[in-house]
Ligand binder design. Structure first.
Ligand SMILES: NC(=O)c1ccc[n+]([C@@H]2O[C@H](COP(=O)([O-])OP(=O)(O)OC[C@H]3O[C@@H](n4cnc5c(N)ncnc54)[C@H](OP(=O)(O)O)[C@@H]3O)[C@@H](O)[C@H]2O)c1
Length: 319
C-alpha cells in the first residue's frame, strides 16, 4: 500500500456529482492504486460532501467562478479531472469561462495530468449554414456540446498534459432527467427519442469516473490523446425491449421526428433535439468514437445497459 503522503492527488471537479463522484469512488475503491482523491465542492458541509469525507476523500472548498479558490484547490495536486456544469446555467459562454479558469489553475499548479470531460463541437460536422437543424443562441448547433468541444483548444494551447475524454449519454437520464418511459392516455408505455433506428451510445454515469480513473492510471498512453467512452450502443427498440424485461411491463419505442422533439417545450428541448439529430445523422462516426472494448479496458467493471437496468429499475418511475 502506498503511504498517504506519497500518493498522487487528483483534484476532482464536480466531486459531489455524477462524473466526479464516480472518479472519487474509483480512487477510494483502490487504496493500493497510488492515488488520493481531493473532492472539490462549493459546500464542504453538504451531506454529499460529508459522505465523501467519511469515505476517505480530502474535501476542499472551491467555486469555479472564483479563480483564487480554484487555484488553491488545485495546488499541490498531481492531476485534475475537469468538468463543467451546463445544465446548472444553460450558458455555453459560462462553460468556456469555467474551462479557462480550470486551465489557468492547472497551469499554476503545474499538474502532470489533466482530464477534460468534453464532447464534440458539432459545428465541425454541421456548420451554422447547414439548415438541417436550427442554429441556437446565435452561434451554436448543440450548445452544450459545442462549447465543450470549443474549449478543447484552451487545454491544448496552454501546453497542459491533457486527455480529452468524450463522454456519452447517461442512462441515469432515464431516472433523473425526465427521459424515461412514460405512460400515454391509452395506457401504453413508450420510450420517446428522436433516434430513428440508429444506435445511442450510453453509459452508467458512475462509469465515466471509473474510466477516467483508468486513464489516470495509464497516463503515458493517454497524455495528448482524445478518447471516447460508452457502456453500450443501443437502438431505441433495443432499449425499449430491455426496459420491458426489467420493468415487467411492455415498453414501446416511439421514434419521434427531430422537430417534434425540439418543440417539446421543456428547457433545453431544442438543444437536445439537435443533439439527438447529430448523433443520428453522424451515427457511425459518433459510435466509433466511443468503442466499448476500449472503455472496458479502462474500467473492467463497465456496466452494460442490462446490468445498469438490473441495478436501477426500482428507481425508474413510469410517469
Ligand atoms: N446528462 C448526460 O447525459 C450527460 C452526458 C455527457 C456529458 N454531460 C455533461 O456533464 C456535465 C455535468 O456533470 P455531472 O452530470 O457530473 O454534474 P452533476 O451531477 O450535476 O454535479 C455537478 C457538481 O458540480 C458542482 N458544481 C456546480 N457548480 C459549481 C461551481 N460553480 N463550482 C464548483 N463546483 C460546482 C456541484 O457540487 P457542489 O454543489 O457540491 O459544489 C455538483 O454536485 C454537464 O456539463 C453536462 O453537459 C451530461
Amino acid at each position: 500500500m502506498t503511504p498517504m503522503a506519497d500518493k498522487k492527488i487528483i483534484a476532482v471537479m464536480g466531486a459531489t456529482g455524477a462524473q466526479g463522484g464516480g472518479l472519487v469512488r474509483a480512487i477510494l475503491d483502490d487504496p493500493a492504486g497510488g492515488f488520493a482523491a481531493r473532492a472539490i465542492t462549493r459546500d464542504v458541509n453538504s451531506e454529499k460532501a460529508k459522505a465523501l469525507a467519511r469515505a476517505g476523500a480530502e474535501v476542499v472548498a472551491a467555486d469555479v467562478d472564483d479563480a483564487g479558490s480554484l487555484e488553491r484547490a488545485f495546488a499541490g495536486a498531481y492531476g485534475a479531472f475537469c468538468v463543467t456544469f451546463y445544465w446548472d446555467h444553460f450558458s455555453p459562454e459560462k462553460e468556456l469561462a469555467h474551462a479557462a479558469a480550470m486551465v489557468q489553475a492547472a497551469k499554476r499548479a503545474r499538474l502532470q495530468h489533466v482530464i477534460w470531460a468534453t464532447l464534440e463541437d458539432t459545428r465541425q460536422w454541421v456548420p451554422l449554414s447547414d439548415n438541417r437543424m436550427p442554429t441556437l443562441m446565435g452561434k451554436y448547433k448543440v450548445p452544450h456540446f459545442d462549447a465543450k468541444g470549443e474549449a478543447n483548444h484552451l487545454f491544448t494551447d496552454a501546453g497542459l498534459p491533457v486527455t480529452l475524454l468524450q463522454t456519452s449519454f447517461y442512462w441515469d437520464n432515464f431516472i433523473y432527467f425526465g427521459m424515461g418511459p412514460k405512460k400515454g392516455p391509452d395506457g401504453k408505455v413508450t420510450l420517446t427519442l428522436p433516434m430513428g433506428d440508429k444506435k445511442l451510445p450510453g453509459i452508467a454515469a458512475e462509469d465515466i469516473g471509473r474510466c477516467a480513473y483508468g486513464i489516470f492510471q495509464k497516463r503515458s498512453q493517454f497524455v495528448g490523446k482524445t478518447v471516447g467512452i460508452a457502456g453500450g450502443h443501443l437502438t431505441g427498440a433495443e432499449m425499449a425491449a430491455a426496459f420491458s424485461k426489467a420493468l415487467g411491463t411492455e415498453v414501446v419505442y416511439q421514434a419521434v421526428p427531430f422537430d417534434v422533439y425540439r418543440g417539446f417545450g421543456f428547457p433545453g428541448a431544442d438543444d437536445l433535439g439537435n443533439m439527438f439529430q447529430f448523433k443520428h445523422d453522424f451515427n457511425d462516426m459518433y459510435c466509433a468514437a466511443r468503442d466499448l472494448d476500449f472503455s472496458r479496458s479502462l474500467n473492467p467493471r463497465l456496466q452494460t445497459f442490462e446490468q445498469w437496468l438490473g441495478a436501477n429499475a426500482g428507481k425508474i418511475a413510469i410517469g
